[in-house]
Design a protein around this ligand. Structure first.
Ligand SMILES: [Ca+2]
Length: 244
C-alpha cells in the first residue's frame, strides 16, 4: 500500500514532464527502492514473528517441571523407557523441555508395535522418568505427537521402593475423547494431563497398550508438584481430567 502511494505521487508530480531517457532512469531507481523497501518490510515481519515464536512459553515446559533435564545433569533420566522406533528414538527428547516437534521429523520417543506392528507386535509399552531421588508430585502432562492420542488404555504408576514394585496411580481409557478439542485443531503436539493425590517416589511411569492404536509417540513428559490451592487449571479443564 505504501509503495503504491509512493509510485502514484512520484508519477503524477514528476513523471509526466520528464524526457523518455530520464523517465526510464527514474523508473529504475524507484523500482529498485521499492524492491529494497519490500525486502526490508518482509524481513522485519519475519524477524518479529520468529522472535515472538521463540519466546512463546507454550513451546517450552515451565521451570517447575521436575522431570525437565536440559542435558546438564544425570537425573531426571528417561533411559528406563522402552526403546524408540524409526527415526524418533531419542528418550532424552521427552525431558528436554521442548513440547513441539517443530520441523524436525525425527523428534521425541516413538514406540514399536501399534496398529501397524512397527518393528514388533502391539502390546504394553512404557516411558519412565527416574528422578534419581524421591520427589513429591501430583500432576503429569504428557505431550503426544499430533495423532498419537488414541491410546485405548494407559496407567500412571510410581515406584514403591519398599515393595520393589510399581504402585498404580490411575488408569484411564478415555484419552481419545479427552483430546477431541485439540485434535480438531490438528495441533502438532497434544497434551494429556492427569492429576492425583500427592505421592513421594523416585520414579514415575506412563504404561500403555498400543494394540488398536497408533504406536504412541511422546514429545515431552512433564511432572509437577502443585502446592495446595495452586494448581493451574487450563489444561485440566480442556482435557476434562479432574484427577483424584
Ligand atoms: Ca521434548
Amino acid at each position: 500500500m505504501l509503495i503504491n502511494i509512493v509510485f502514484f505521487c512520484i508519477y503524477n508530480v514528476e513523471f509526466k514532464i520528464m524526457p523518455d531517457k530520464e523517465k526510464n532512469n527514474k523508473f529504475y531507481r524507484i523500482s529498485i527502492w521499492a524492491f529494497v523497501i519490500l525486502v526490508l518490510a518482509v524481513s522485519l515481519f519475519w524477524i518479529l514473528n520468529a522472535s515472538k515464536s521463540a519466546t512463546d512459553d507454550k513451546i517450552y515446559s515451565p521451570v517447575n517441571d521436575i522431570a525437565r533435564n536440559d542435558g546438564a545433569f544425570k537425573y531426571p533420566s528417561p533411559m528406563e523407557s522402552d526403546p524408540g522406533w524409526g527415526e524418533a528414538l531419542f528418550p532424552w527428547h521427552i525431558v528436554d523441555g521442548i513440547r513441539l516437534r517443530g520441523n524436525y521429523w525425527a523428534y521425541g520417543l516413538a514406540f514399536t508395535g501399534g496398529r501397524e506392528g512397527y518393528e514388533d507386535s502391539c502390546g504394553w509399552r512404557q516411558a519412565t522418568i527416574d528422578f534419581g531421588e524421591p520427589r513429591e508430585f501430583n500432576r503429569v502432562v504428557i505431550w503426544h505427537a499430533g495423532d498419537h492420542v488414541g491410546i485405548p488404555v494407559y496407567y500412571l504408576r510410581c515406584w514403591n521402593d519398599r515393595l520393589k514394585d510399581w504402585d498404580t496411580l490411575l488408569c484411564r481409557t478415555d484419552m481419545s475423547s479427552r483430546t477431541t478439542e485439540f485434535k480438531a485443531k490438528k495441533l502438532q503436539s497434544i497434551p494429556v494431563e492427569d492429576t492425583f493425590s500427592t505421592v513421594i517416589s523416585r520414579k514415575i511411569q506412563y504404561l500403555f497398550n498400543n494394540c488398536n492404536a497408533d504406536h504412541g509417540w511422546i514429545n515431552e513428559f512433564e511432572v509437577y508438584h502443585d502446592a495446595k490451592g495452586d494448581r493451574p487449571e487450563c489444561l485440566e479443564v480442556k482435557n476434562g481430567a479432574k484427577g483424584k
